[in-house]
Ligand binder design. Structure first.
Ligand code: NAP
Length: 249
């Protein structure tokens, strides 16, 4: 594949309607890919993302789904195959965050956190492994908390932690088809996902822990994802930490 050209490729983007996923969908389409934009609750944002892609001359389709239901994960990939004839790239940006002490965390919260961060992450990789063309790429979104030592994020970082192991196993199991599998783990990112869990003071502290005293921006993550989807194919089974050197230690 020459450069970062995705001409002729088909991409499924889990949570592809807004924030990081929305920018991935638009960028992939701009690079020539046909994009299946998955969304959960944000239908209008999905419609807007698809409209933006189409206005720019690209092709995209929106698919709703609760990816904690395996049937919805399968339907998402079915749509890609039925609409565009196959899938080459699968990026899962879905996730849910909770900052709460262990002693206060309920069983329901634990189940919801592990449902979307771990279970959906596993079955997304499984279905991608079944449906991707040879030479495909699978990318999951982790968090830099995977490499941190902090309080309050047990079910978030803990729920995302299995992705690293799913990624390694899938990298080995799909290698004979030339499929690379990676996890991208950004630092605290300047999107509406981050702020409700943090006080303004803590948000400032998080920013102070990275290069240039700033939070991670989605514009700094998308090039990493595009690279892994194109020239970066030799990375596999890895967790990449694009985070400006962020640490909470
Ligand atoms: N922002 C940060 O500080 C940060 C830092 C590091 C890593 N990350 C990771 O980066 C990814 C993208 O985050 P973001 O900041 O761009 O926020 P975001 O847009 O809110 O991404 C989360 C996505 O997951 C979807 N989702 C939640 N529950 C779902 C379910 N049951 N089924 C299907 N989809 C579901 C959300 O849809 P609905 O909103 O409609 O439910 C949303 O599209 C996430 O995996 C996050 O963990 C974020």
């Amino acid at each position: 594949m020459a450069g970062k050209n995705l001409q002729g490729k088909v991409a499924v983007v889990g949570g592809g309607e807004k924030n990081l996923g929305g920018l991935i969908s638009r960028t992939f389409a701009g690079a020539g890919a046909k994009v299946v934009v998955h969304y959960h609750g944000s239908e209008s944002e999905a419609e807007q993302t698809v409209a933006d892609v189409q206005q720019a001359g690209g092709q995209a389709v929106a698919v709703q789904g609760d990816l904690t239901n395996v049937a919805d994960v399968r339907r998402l990939f079915d749509t890609a195959v039925d609409t565009y004839g196959g899938v080459d790239i699968a990026v899962n940006t879905t996730g849910m965050v909770l900052r709460k002490p262990i002693l206060e965390t309920t069983e329901d919260e634990y189940d919801r956190m592990f449902g979307i961060n771990a279970k959906a992450g596993f079955f997304f990789i499984q279905e991608a492994g079944r449906r991707l063309n040879d030479g495909g790429k699978i990318i999951s979104l982790g968090t830099s908390l995977l490499a941190a030592f902090t309080d309050g994020y047990a079910t978030y970082a803990g729920g995302k932690a299995p992705l690293e192991h799913f990624t390694r196993a899938a990298a080995k199991e799909f290698a004979d088809r030339g499929i690379s599998v990676n996890t991208v783990a950004p630092g605290p990112m300047d999107t509406p996902f981050f702020y409700p869990q943090e006080t303004p003071e803590r948000a400032e502290f998080h920013a102070s822990q990275a290069l240039g005293n700033q939070l991670t921006h989605i514009e700094d993550i998308v090039p990493v994802i595009l690279f892994l989807s194109t020239e970066g194919w030799w990375f596999t089974g890895q967790t990449l930490f694009p985070n400006g050197g962020y640490t909470t230690r």
